[in-house]
Design a protein around this ligand. Sequence first.
Ligand SMILES: [Zn+2]
Length: 85
Amino acid sequence: MSANGNNRFNTGHGVSGVFNCANCGRRTRHSGQASESMCRQCDEYTAIENGIVNGGFGDSPEEQAEAEARIEKLMSEVRAKGGNI
Ligand SMILES: [Zn+2]
């Protein structure tokens, strides 16, 4: 018997937006995040991290502290949900 007929079951299409986050590895689904490869929390905290790295908070230590606290919160949310970061 030929195996040709089986390939269509292995394409991964049509799973209603569920995917594994590229950053924390947990299974998640799209819910409005900009990234198509990361979960909502990873998408947000990596964006904030980029802002810090790029000097976006250079004039405001208080805002940077707030941003860092937000990152901590998002990371702990991810860990609580089973993400590995
Ligand atoms: Zn994630």
